[in-house]
Design a protein around this ligand. Structure first.
Ligand code: APR
Length: 241
C-alpha cells in the first residue's frame, strides 16, 4: 500500500525523526529500550539552561554525540530516500534529526528543523567551525575568544526561520506526508504532520512503536524497521517502473 501511495502521489514529503538513524547506530530519544532521554534529562543537557548554567555537562554531552557520529554513517534507507528524490518520487525531507545523514546520503532538498551537530558556531561572533573542531582540547573557544556551541536547536530556542519556511511550504504542497521514525511528541515539529493531514494530504506513519498521531494516519506501520519497509517499497516501485 505504501508503494502504491508513493507511485500515485504528486508531491510526497518525508518527515523523519531519530528512528530514521537508529539503524545507523545512533540511539533515539524515547524508545522504550535505548532512548537517550530514558537515562538523561534533556532539560539539563540539551537546553539553553544547560548552555548557561551547566556548561561542562553540556559540552561533554555534545562532544560524546559528535564523537559518536564519527563512527556512524547513513544506511540504505537514507540512500533509498535520496534515490526517490532523484526519480521525482519524493519532493523533500523535513527532518528533526541533527546528524546530517539525509544530505550525506544524497538528498538535496532537506529542512533541518532542529539544526545540526555537524557544525558548531560562536555564541559571540557567529563564526562557524566543523563539529570535529569541538573534540579538540581548546575546541570550545572561538578565535574571537567567544564560546563555541553546536548549531543545534536547544530546548528553549526557536527553530531556524529558513527551515521552518521550507517545512511550511512543503507541508502545504504535500499530497502524501510520510513520517519515518518519530514519536511525534515534540512541538512545534509535530504540528507539520497535523497541518498536512488537515490540508488533505494522505498521512502515513512508519514507526516501531505507537505514536501520538496514529489516530490521524491513513496508514500506520508499527513493529517494522524503517530500513526494511523502505527496501520492500522500493522493490515494488522498481518492478512497477
Ligand atoms: N524503525 C522504525 N521505528 C524506529 C526505529 C526503526 N529502526 N528505531 C526507532 N524507532 C522509533 C521509536 O519507536 C520511537 O518511537 O522512532 C521513534 C523515535 O522517537 P524519539 O526518540 O522521540 O525521536 P524524535 O521523535 O525524533 O524526537 C523529536 O525530540 O529530543 C528532541 O530534538 C530532539 O529531534 C528530537 C525530538
Amino acid at each position: 500500500m505504501l508503494a502504491n501511495l508513493i507511485m500515485e502521489a504528486k508531491h510526497t514529503v518525508i518527515f523523519s525523526g531519530a528512528g530514521m538513524s537508529t539503524e545507523s547506530g545512533i540511539p533515539d530519544f524515547r524508545s522504550a529500550t535505548q532512548g537517550m532521554w530514558r537515562h538523561k534529562d534533556p532539560a539539563k543537557l540539551a537546553s539553553t539552561y544547560a548552555l548557561e548554567h551547566n556548561r561542562d555537562e553540556f559540552v561533554a554531552f555534545y562532544r560524546a554525540r559528535i564523537e559518536g557520529l564519527q563512527t556512524c554513517a547513513p544506511h540504505d534507507g537514507h540512500r533509498i530516500l535520496a534515490e526517490w528524490e532523484q526519480r521525482g518520487l519524493v519532493h523533500s525531507i523535513i527532518t528533526q534529526n541533527v546528524d546530517g545523514f539525509h544530505a550525506l546520503a544524497g538528498s538535496r532538498y532537506v529542512a533541518e528543523l532542529h539544526g545540526t551537530i555537524s557544525r558548531v558556531h560562536c555564541q559571540h561572533c557567529a563564526r562557524v567551525y566543523s563539529a570535529v573542531h569541538y573534540l579538540e582540547e581548546e575546541g570550545t573557544v572561538c578565535e574571537c575568544g567567544g564560546f563555541l556551541r553546536p548549531s543545534v536547536v536547544l530546548f528553549g530556542e526557536s527553530l531556524p526561520d529558513d527551515a521552518v519556511d521550507m517545512a511550511e511550504r512543503e507541508t502545504y504542497a504535500a499530497d502524501l506526508f510520510i513520517v519515518l521514525g518519530s514519536s511525534l511528541q515534540v512541538s512545534p515539529a509535530n504540528l507539520f504532520p497535523q497541518v498536512a493531514k488537515r490540508n488533505g494530504a494522505k498521512f502515513v506513519i512508519v514507526n516501531m512503536e505507537p505514536t501520538e498521531l496514529d489516530y490521524l494516519a491513513d496508514l500506520v506501520v508499527h513493529e517494522r524497521k524503517i530500513g526494511e519497509v523502505l527496501a520492500e517499497a522500493n522493490k515494488i516501485i522498481c518492478t512497477n517502473e
